[in-house]
Design a protein around this ligand. Structure first.
Ligand code: CTP
Ligand code: MG
Length: 231
């Protein structure tokens, strides 16, 4: 059954899903790789659509797969599908351009974080609604972090207490994200990084272990396990 989105919702979610998934190994584009029999993108969109504030979902699909992705998602939720770009940032920009008038909160959420709970979508959106221009979900860094130089020689130990691992969905007041993308120039940074460059404060909220990004084969195995456990 296709989920209904909330016509009174104030949130649009952009889902960059146009990456190849090189680190996952040979195969289909990552968003279309199966996780327990369904593509990662289906898992991701189903959870986004279950978040009560979501009014619009725009997916940026691999260029060759736009029609296939549209067909695939018809049974999941009402979504707009646009062709993505060569870099993640171009995919986000393409999705942003397709958001209709209305939603004033924009979330950007990797398709690869397929098991992200709807509650995290809501908590990021709520933090933007409460007045923050830019919000990112984060986890503490658990490993000791070393800075290394040539020959893998350790230069020093980084103070872990000041570090955070950043997830998605990242949330923004619409005008803030639009301005940051209009000025975009660094394809290596995330959306919050673009906003930081505009001098806008970015605030952290607690992330979720379930929002892990499926990047390597190990992550896919972990996600399968979490799904079997009810994620
Ligand atoms: N993405 C995108 N357009 C691109 C590159 C990435 O929409 N040109 C999306 C991916 O589909 C993914 C998210 O951005 O949902 C995070 O990127 P990443 O995990 O790096 O995915 P891939 O780029 O597909 O993986 P890899 O870097 O291993 O090729
Ligand atoms: Mg990538």
């Amino acid at each position: 059954m296709t989920a209904q989105l909330n016509p009174r919702g104030d949130v649009a979610v952009l889902v960059p899903a146009a990456g190849a998934g090189v680190r996952l190994g040979p195969g289909a584009p990552k968003a279309l790789r199966p996780l327990a029999g369904e593509p990662l993108l289906v898992h991701a969109v189903r959870r986004i659509a279950a978040a009560a504030s979501v009014h619009t979902i725009v997916v940026a699909a691999p260029t060759a797969e736009v029609d296939a992705v549209r067909d695939l998602l018809t049974a999941v939720a009402p979504v707009t599908v646009v062709p993505g770009g060569a870099e993640r940032q171009a995919s986000v920009a393409a999705a942003l351009a397709a958001v209709p008038a209305g939603p004033e909160i924009i979330l950007v959420h990797d398709a690869a974080r397929a098991l992200t709970p709807p509650g995290l979508v809501e908590s990021v959106a709520a933090a933007v609604r409460s007045g923050h221009d830019a919000v990112i979900p984060v986890l503490p860094v658990v490993d000791t972090i070393k800075e290394v130089g040539p020959g893998e020689v350790v230069l020093g130990t980084v103070d872990r207490s000041a570090l955070r691992a950043v997830q998605t969905p990242q949330g923004f007041r619409r005008a803030v994200l639009t301005a940051a993308h209009a000025a975009a120039g660094d394809p290596l940074t995330d959306d919050a990084g673009l906003v930081e460059k505009q001098g806008v404060p970015v605030v952290c909220v607690p992330g979720s272990e379930y929002a892990l990004k499926v990047t390597r084969p190990f992550d896919l195995a972990l996600a399968e396990h979490l799904l079997a456990g009810g994620a």
